[in-house]
Design a protein around this ligand. Structure first.
Ligand code: NDP
Length: 502
């Protein structure tokens, strides 16, 4: 008889006598319906998988802390952003387009999501390793993601879909340039930066508002894989970045990132030369120098991947007093979508899963019941507000200061055709080294070469618009007629689309 303290039981704690032999009539079967242990075991196994995240399915996570090292109280009243404060965090890194079993070395943006367990509830900074994004309107998001996934007929990745959408969406050119640089294949999760990408709002005790951008700069240094190295890694170790993070932390090599903030006064932001609500743009450092605010360090691995990483759920809507959303349209869409997808994936009570639970304050709300409400669910206390039974009451101090909104309500595009190419051109011509440019062009040619020629031409016209040499080198690599690329580059988007459609 085994140690009774360590006795195998059913889900309901009933001791199990034999876990190797099903209950059968005779040695050769059949199996009896009354083997409830077998039935429970198979039924639970059948339900082991939960819906995979539609995006960011493959990920790795770890716990750590954030220390605020600077006095930013004139910009924000957020309690965890007061100098000297240390706050526990959980961070999840991920790729975006691949399924849960896909390779870590795929060319893709990397998710960089941080959950700060602050004394005023959980604050989620749900960023990427790129400072910009492909599109600036959430209405385009499901279409965009479809093009990064599998063809509905072949169930294979499809360069035609991928480049058809991007080449018809010129606002993507900046992010495409970042993605096809070697930053699109980071060496590990430890060797990349994280960015909020969106503009957010900070506000101070006096209610003054500032526009901010977050930059988490790796203290390990940026390290990328070349296309050839990434291709080799995909077959050698599809989990290389997941393994690297886990093993580094086990070895006591605790990765860290320095939080630098770009902070812009409210009025200045409204008149800035780039639209700060346009996620396809950065704020050039020379205009708004980043300021060091703190340090993020990861020092503890999860004990159970499913419980702590697969079920970790982040939402850009989890904002604490002192931090608010900006009108950035993509952010506004994400405020809905993340919470909604977690309710679908994990259930209405996903906030009770320990990794997602607020630490300093237990939930004190009037939301009740639902699947998997596993605590006392508010007990016998009032389940409505207002009440006169001493139930939790709103605190006006937690209110965001009022902010102006303006303009006519309409479905209105940004009118920035020319703007779309400026920052991609700067990145290509002024930030990248010769080697970076060579690798960028090689990476593009390798991938875009899989699309049909009319799509190659349309996309290469966009590279040409960003910088003529950029377009010329891609055209040369693909063997495209340069005159045709130039002709398409001179067209407006509708004309270009028409000239290159079936
Ligand atoms: P800066 O010269 O001040 O900054 C350029 C920044 O580009 C660097 O600090 C680095 O950001 C990043 N960078 C360096 N090499 C690469 C590369 N191969 N691929 C992608 N990014 C790289 O110039 P500006 O601030 O005026 O920006 C110029 C361009 O740099 C932008 O148009 C944008 O494409 C890119 N960039 C700008 C960022 C910003 O927030 N201003 C952030 C990242 C890129 P980091 O230090 O964050 O690694």
């Amino acid at each position: 008889m085994s140690d009774k303290k360590n006795r195998l039981t059913t889900a309901f704690g009933i001791p199990v006598g034999d876990d190797q032999n099903s209950l059968t009539a005779g040695g050769r079967g059949p199996v009896l319906m009354q083997d409830v242990h077998l039935l429970e075991k198979l039924a639970h196994f059948d339900r082991e998988r939960i819906p995979e995240r539609v995006v960011h399915a493959k990920g790795a996570g770890a716990y750590g802390r954030f220390e605020c090292t600077a006095d930013v109280s004139r910009y924000t009243k957020a309690a965890f952003l007061q100098q000297g404060k240390t706050t526990d965090v959980f961070v999840r890194f991920s790729t975006v387009g691949g399924e849960k079993g896909s390779a870590d070395a795929e060319r893709d943006p990397r998710g960089f999501a941080v959950k700060f367990y602050t004394e005023e509830g959980n604050y989620d900074l749900v960023g990427n390793n790129t400072p910009v994004f492909f599109i600036r309107d959430p209405l385009k998001f499901p279409d965009f993601i479809h093009t990064q996934k599998r063809n509905p007929a072949t169930n294979c990745k499809d360069p035609d879909m991928f480049w058809d959408f991007l080449s018809l969406t010129p606002e993507s050119i900046h992010q495409v340039t970042v993605l096809f640089s070697d930053r699109g294949t980071p060496a590990t999760y430890r060797h990349m930066n994280g960015y909020s990408s969106h503009t957010f709002v900070w506000y101070n005790e006096a209610g003054e508002r500032f526009w901010v951008q977050y930059h988490l700069k790796t203290d390990q240094g940026i390290r990328n894989l070349t296309r050839e190295q990434a291709d080799a890694m995909k077959s050698k170790d599809p989990d290389h970045a997941t393994r690297d993070l886990y093993q580094a932390i086990e070895r006591g090599e605790h990765p860290s990132w320095t939080l630098e903030m770009q902070i812009m006064p409210y009025e200045e932001g409204l008149n800035y030369r780039f639209d700060i609500m346009d996620i396809t743009k950065v704020w050039p450092h020379a205009d708004v120098p980043p300021q060091v605010v703190g340090k993020l360090t990861l020092d503890r691995n999860p004990e159970n991947y499913f419980a702590e990483v697969e079920q970790a759920a982040f939402s850009p809507g989890n904002l604490v007093p002192g931090i608010a959303a900006s009108p950035d349209k993509m952010l506004q869409g994400r405020l809905f979508s993340y919470h909604d997808t977690h309710i679908h994936r994990l259930g209405a009570n996903y906030h009770l899963i320990p990794v997602n639970q607020a630490k300093a304050h237990a939930e004190a709300s009037y939301q009740r019941d639902g699947f998997m409400r596993v605590d006392h669910g508010g007990g016998g206390g009032p389940n409505y507000w207002p009440n006169s039974f001493n139930g939790p009451a709103p605190d006006a101090e937690a209110l965001e200061p009022p902010f102006p909104v303006q303009g006519a309500a309409a479905r209105q595009p940004h009118d920035h055709e020319n703007d779309d190419f400026v920052q991609a051109g700067t990145l290509y011509s002024q930030v990248m080294s010769d080697q970076d440019r060579t690798n960028l062009v090689g990476n593009i040619v390798d991938h875009l070469g899989g699309a049909r020629q009319r799509i190659q031409l349309r996309q290469t016209a966009l590279f040409y618009r960003a910088h003529p040499e950029y377009g010329e080198r891609v055209a040369q690599g693909l063997g495209l007629p340069l005159e045709e690329v130039r002709r398409l580059a001179a067209m407006d988007p509708e004309e270009r689309a028409q000239a290159t459609s079936e």
